[in-house]
Design a protein around this ligand. Structure first.
Ligand code: FES
Length: 135
């Protein structure tokens, strides 16, 4: 019975150093400048080739790795060029952005369905043994 709500409030009132302002606030925050940044996403990402389905792909953070045909790996920045959402899934037909439904080609990242008007930024996928490294 040492730390009650009253005790906590007393401590806050007396010390004035409790970080109550840390909660809530604006959700956007600062520091996430979105588009225009240098190529920070995707550098050094490596996935197991076996985890990338043939005729499909996967999303790893902000990187998309696809395998349109056996042994042919492609990679793209996972930031949707429409309004900057992260694409979240890859089907057998498209890379899909959940925010407004844009879809992109598995092979070259081009737009299959808007509202995006530009394709995904291409990255380099290098196969090294059983790993696919994105740069
Ligand atoms: S941000 Fe991707 S469709 Fe709008």
């Amino acid at each position: 019975m040492t730390t009650t709500r009253r005790t906590a409030l007393t401590i806050a009132a007396a010390g004035g150093t409790v970080a109550l302002s840390a909660c809530g606030g604006d959700e956007g925050g600062s520091g996430g400048s979105g588009a225009g940044g240098s190529a920070s996403s995707g550098d050094g990402v490596s996935v197991a080739a076996a985890d990338v389905p043939e005729g499909g792909g996967l999303v790893e953070g902000r990187v998309v790795v696809t395998q349109p045909s056996a042994g042919d790996f492609k990679s793209f920045d996972g930031t949707c060029p429409h309004q900057g959402c992260a694409v979240t899934r890859v089907t057998t037909e498209a890379i899909v952005c959940p925010c407004h439904g844009s879809e992109f080609d598995l092979t070259d990242g081009s737009v299959l369905k808007g509202p995006a008007t530009e394709g995904l930024t291409t990255r380099t996928a290098t196969v090294d043994g059983d790993q696919v490294t994105v740069s």
